[in-house]
Design a protein around this ligand. Structure first.
Ligand SMILES: C[S@@+](CC[C@H](N)C(=O)[O-])C[C@H]1O[C@@H](n2cnc3c(N)ncnc32)[C@H](O)[C@@H]1O
Length: 245
């Protein structure tokens, strides 16, 4: 039940795919620390490949185990990677995984609440993220009772998003690209499994809130792309760049 929230690829299928590709590094840590990277990494990889350029340094915001960024690094679309998450356990496990993958010389890890502990000297030409996507998970919802306080899905008051959009510009190089995954951008209420009680209630359509944050910080939305629809739950990519005058 828990795994189905973010997954259109059952975890056993992802595990088989990893086995086939010789990539079983994440398996034992996913149950507590995966937030969708297990399958979203393939969507990120495809989208970034389409830009037909290689990136020198990528930042994965809200990285958890860093499954998305590490995939990009493995596939050679980025040269270096910075991973950050507020969860110390996730970052410790990610450091172990990175070592097992033989990529430690290209990856830096930070335990950081949003961007607060990322040094200003870090500069990125690519930023990716699968942040917590829900504003106010309902305790009386059948899944909400498990997740209403979970760091992975919950961004109470959109504080994590605000911290990101208010601060990311100072880390960007010229011609940088930001690619963020979001859930149900156009709905104030999100229904998952239960059809009578919403899983999440937002104050307005998140696209309005995020657009304002983006605009206020001199950034610009290049594209909003539906990447998949699983059981009626729509997931999107927000493609963003700096607004040049
Ligand atoms: C949806 S999960 C995504 C995890 C991973 N990127 C993936 O795709 O599986 C969101 C992640 O955001 C992290 N997070 C939540 N609040 C945060 C904050 N204030 N600062 C940094 N990371 C945060 C959580 O610990 C969790 O790892």
């Amino acid at each position: 039940m828990k795994k189905d929230i973010h997954l259109d690829m059952p975890s056993w299928m992802a595990d088989i795919l990893d086995q086939k590709n010789g990539e079983e590094y994440f398996k034992e840590h996913r149950s507590n620390l995966d937030g969708g990277g297990i399958y979203l990494k393939y969507f990120f990889l495809n989208e970034i490949k389409k830009s037909n350029r290689s990136f020198s340094k990528c930042f994965e915001w809200c990285a958890g185990l860093g499954e998305i960024g590490l995939k990009l690094l493995q596939e050679g679309v980025i040269e270096n990677l910075v991973l950050a998450d507020i969860n110390k356990v996730a970052i410790e496990k990610s450091i172990e995984i990175t070592k097992k993958m033989g990529l430690s010389n290209k990856v830096k890890h930070y335990i950081s609440d949003g961007l607060n502990d990322i040094p200003n000297t870090e500069k990125f030409d690519l930023v990716v993220g699968n942040p917590p996507n829900y504003f106010n998970i309902q305790k009386d919802h059948s899944l909400g009772k498990m997740f209403y306080a979970d760091l992975r899905p919950l961004d109470k008051g959109w504080k994590v998003h605000k911290n990101f959009y208010d601060n990311i510009s100072r880390y960007l190089t010229k011609d940088s690209l930001i690619l963020i995954e979001e859930v149900e951008l156009f709905k104030k209420e999100v229904f998952i499994v239960d059809r009578d009680i919403p899983y999440d209630i937002r104050p307005e359509e998140p696209i309005l809130t995020f657009s304002n944050m983006i605009k206020e910080n001199n950034l610009k939305i290049l594209d909003i792309k539906l990447i998949h629809n699983f059981d009626g739950i729509e997931c999107y990519f927000l493609k963003i760049c700096e607004h040049k005058v």
